[in-house]
Ligand binder design. Sequence first.
Ligand code: ZN
Length: 566
Amino acid sequence: MRLSKDFFYTIKENISDEDSVSGKLLVKSGMIKKISNGIYAKMPLGEKALKNVESIIRKNMDEAGANELSMPTLLPMDIFEKSGRKETFGPSMFKLNDRYSREYALGPTHEELFVLAAMNKVKSYRDLPFTIYQIGTKYRDEMRPRLGLIRIREFTMKDSYSFDKDYEGLDISYKKMFDAYHKIFKELGIDYTVVKADTGAMGGLLSEEFHAVTDIGEDTLVLCENCDYSSNLEVSKNVVNKEENIEDEKELQLVETPNAHTIEEVSKFLNLDVKKTVKAMLMNIDDELVILFIRGDRELNENKVLKLLGANEINFANDELIAKSNAVPGFTGPIDLKSAKIVVDNEVLNMKNFCCGGNKEGYHYINANVKDFKYDISGDIVNVKEGDVCPNCGGKLIFKKGIEIGNTFKLGTKYSESLGLNYLGDDNKNHPVVMGSYGIGVERILSAIVEQNNDDKGIIWPINVAPYKVAIVVINPKEEKQIEEGNNLYETLNKLGIDTLIDDREERAGVKFNDMDLIGIPIRITVGKKINENMVEVKLRNQNEAKDLNAGDVVEFIKDIISKNK
Ligand SMILES: [Zn+2]
């Protein structure tokens, strides 16, 4: 790229309509352009960086034995009707009609199409296993697009699917993809971690997520300070600490607690540790009043509640629903509670002599114990907290934020059964094919890299992703010797396959340096007055010091840096 002629710009003004560092820097550096909420164009530099990410993904998928193909994004709706996912996706699916009023969707995901494709090949067990993938566009009508390229409505995804005859086969195919993901994210230079996740709407047996660790992630990652335990907060198991609460049960007592409605007010009024209190959550779960009891300092994990009850929807109960029971909001407790389903968290079952609502305005019980009430169901229904006990080793849990950049699912037979993908086994019977699915968000990777690699001057690209590895800055392009050496290096490096740009614009040196720092090119070669002594200046973007090199040694120096990053 020759900056005096080619399509290149940076933005001088502050970027006010982006809510993340990566969003601001990618727009300001002219890598991307916002078209509308959650919709972005990729400009030449951004497109090049994105293609570098894609080629690292593609190389590793091919090496893992997956075959690349390409699926359409305009999809007939009956495909999703058959699999039952028109409902599951609901409003997040972009729907449209053709001139004959037939319904279509802009593909939010492609499991169904890959199953249909596999049907052409799979007849008997001899046709398995195989893995196929694509790198293509997906559409999701996000309620709140945000964080630059992290939550967008049109995005590029690598999705692959494995097809096996049994679960042992799936384990092998899964591991191949899992190992390939580690190679990809290492090669991309991302600081990442893998966490167990919820199998959620996709359905399946095992789900693991690859998260870039950043300050702005949408997910809370739960890690252990001792061992390699890692989990997404939404599924992190809360281990009941049996060593707490070893004491004799006292006698239940109803006490007056005027004007103390919240758990904080009650524990302050009674001078009790909030861990000795139990609070009630009055919820509407699939149109039924369910009252859940958890320790006073805990947060309810709605995801765990839905799973425990096999339910679909959870909301706060309204007054009308609450009135069906004898619950008194602010004073609800499990003792003598009637006409509501009662769910108790595992941790409460282990508590002794706790405080809970008296189901009477202005009253709470103290010294309550599990023997004092009845309940319908118990289970783990709360979020863990930092400092809680690790389920693996008993160490302390710590929290970090993450951007999900990849995921791997053991799907099982959910889609092969609903869509009829069967094979004839060596037992002469039909069996459903066992599937795995594996995704990587391409734009998110760019954002995650920028979140992890920037300073007050701009982006600091890792060499493997950088749109150009080298920037040659010619201080005065009117000086013949300077432009000649600049052009010479530019041509030599590009011929060697090292993507190089030359800044030969008639601008002040400061403007050029600022732009090169902003767009984050890893190696900068400055050709200025010192060329008269055959010297140029070399500076790495991730280091502060520049140094002078003999012009004849520059190419070897750059080749060396790049080979170390391979
Ligand atoms: Zn641990």
